[in-house]
Every structure is written in C-alpha cells, then in structure tokens.
Design a protein around this ligand. Structure first.
Ligand code: NAD
Length: 274
C-alpha cells in the first residue's frame, strides 16, 4: 500500500499531501467514484457544500469501513452561508455522516458581501467545539488573509487556490510560506485548460517513463503543495496516485517554472469578482 507523505499544518495536525477532489462529480455517481478512489488508496477527500455531493462522499466512507482516524475529509462553507456557519457546517456533517471534518474551508472570500471575517470567527468557534479539526480558507488573496490576521489570532492552516503549471501563483505561495499557511492546489492538472500540452512537460514525462498527469502531480508534491486531482475514471485515479516512484530533478523543476503564464494562466474566477 502506498504511503502518501503528510504535511504538518500550523496547528500541529497533519494532512495527506495527495488527496482526491470531487468537484463536478455527479451526485448520483459520487458514492461509486469515491469508493473507487478509496480502493485505489486515497484517504484524503476534498468536497464542498456547493458540489451537492457530500451525501455520496459520506455513503462511500461509511460503506468502506475504513476507520475514521485513517481518513482526512475536507468540506467547504457555501458563499451564502458566511453569517450562518453553525447551521451550514451541521448540514455538511449530517450529509457526510461525520461528527467532525478534518478541514473546513471558507470556499470564497466574496469581498463584495464582506462577511468572511464573521465567517472566520465562526470557524474558530466550531474548531473549539471540536466540529472541525483544522480551519482554513480557499481563494483568499493576501488582502483577505491580512484582514483575518488583523482581527483574529488564528492563522488559516491552508489556503486552497487555483494552481497549475500555467498559473503557478509564485507570489501567493511566497506569502503563504512567510505566514505558515500551507498551499493547496485546486485545478492541479489544469482545470479548464485540461492537461498541459507544453512540450517541456511532455519531454520530462517521457524521460521518466510516466504520463504528463503523473509528472504534473509529482511537480506539485515537490513544490510542497497539497494536491487533489479529480477523475471519474479508476485507471486515471490510480495513475494520479502512482507518483512516488520517481523524482524530478532541479533542472526539470526549473524548466516547468518557465511554463508559468502568470495571471494570464488563470482559468477559474478571480476571487475579487466572485
Ligand atoms: P483537475 O485539474 O484535477 O482536472 C480534472 C480533470 O483532468 C478531469 O476531469 C479529467 O478530465 C482530467 N484528468 C484527470 N486525471 C487525468 C489523467 N490521469 N490523464 C488525463 N486527464 C486527466 O481539476 P478540478 O477538478 O477542477 O480540481 C481538482 C479538485 O480541486 C476539485 O475536484 C475540487 O475538489 C477542488 N476545487 C476547488 C475549487 C475551489 O474553489 N476551492 C475550485 C475547483 C476545484
């Protein structure tokens, strides 16, 4: 059985560095997709209230019989629930069939409604109650993280952000490193763009006898990102999980760094606009 490395968060708890994301997994198919992911070996599952598939995740967890302490489950607070965290979290826990989640994230800061600070205070309370083990955020920019730091004492354990080879988020990763926040990459394989067709990645993958997807997941791991690739297909789940038998060289990492398109590489929504 593959042992996925664990990263230590700023609250002293650990998170498996490689997990499985379920964005856009059909709620009807989620139980069987997650069952496949668990059989492949994933123990870290990333869902969200806004994915409407927490019920399927919960059903798969229950049917698996895997002990709770071997699982790491993340879910996220919906954008219209920033002032209603206790109820929203309980709905997620009920759907998942869990007493606590390992990581709870504010899905988007939604600066236009300006309630994320209130939401963060509620996450701190939920953590004190034991309903969430670690508290984090998603799609937060430094201006939002600075505001949390100004008014509260808890630094988010992670910030889950769009991050892939075309959009490498150097500045935000440096901010995270300076503030003790782990970087979690969403859309790690390219999200809307699909797998990179850049010849530099193709050459690196070929040199190691691996696929482009495997080279990309490996790049995330060596950068220190938490990475949560999604696939509905078991063979691709297994492929994306089989990334511990090779290592990219410093020269290969430098070559991938050149693929970054900066802000032009963003495929998802700008956190200021959501
Ligand atoms: P991704 O980058 O993981 O890409 C997924 C797609 O890549 C699949 O649908 C499939 O078409 C393709 N793919 C997967 N494995 C492949 C392989 N081995 N070979 C070829 N193609 C392959 O995109 P994603 O699902 O957007 O992101 C991953 C996870 O991140 C999500 O499932 C979700 O959990 C999370 N996420 C979070 C946010 C957020 O706002 N916090 C936003 C989007 C996604």
């Amino acid at each position: 059985m593959t042992t996925v490395p664990a990263l230590t968060m700023n609250d002293g708890l650990t998170i498996p560095q490689l997990g499985f994301g379920v964005f856009r997994v059909d709620p009807e198919q989620t139980e069987s997709v997650v069952a496949d992911a668990l059989e492949v070996g994933y123990r870290h599952i990333d869902t969200a209230a806004l994915y409407y598939n927490e019920g399927g995740v919960g059903a798969a967890l229950k049917a698996s019989g895997i002990p709770r302490d071997e699982l790491f489950i993340t879910t996220k607070l919906g954008n219209d629930r920033h002032e209603d965290v206790a109820a929203a979290l309980q709905e997620s826990l009920d759907a998942l069939g869990l007493d606590y989640v390992d990581l709870y994230l504010i899905h988007w800061p939604v600066p236009k409604q300006d309630k994320y600070l209130t939401a963060w205070e509620s996450l701190i309370a939920a953590r004190e109650e034991g309903l969430i083990r670690s508290a984090g955020v998603s799609n937060f920019l430094p201006e939002h993280l600075d505001r949390l730091a100004e008014f509260t004492d808890l630094v988010p354990a992670v910030n889950q952000i769009e991050l892939h080879v075309e959009f490498q988020q150097r500045e935000l990763r440096a901010y995270h490193a300076a503030h003790g926040i782990l970087t979690e990459a969403w859309g790690p394989l390219g999200h809307g763009l699909g797998l990179s067709s850049d010849p530099r990645i193709a050459a690196i993958a070929q040199a190691h006898g691996v696929t482009v997807a495997q080279a990309i997941v490996r790049w995330h791991l060596q950068l220190g990102n938490i990475v949560i690739p999604k696939s509905n297909h078991r063979e691709r789940m297994a492929e994306n999980f089989d990334v511990f038998g090779f290592e990219l060289s410093a020269a290969e990492l430098a070559s991938i760094a050149e693929i970054d398109k900066g802000a032009a590489g963003r495929t998802g929504r700008d956190p200021r606009e959501v």
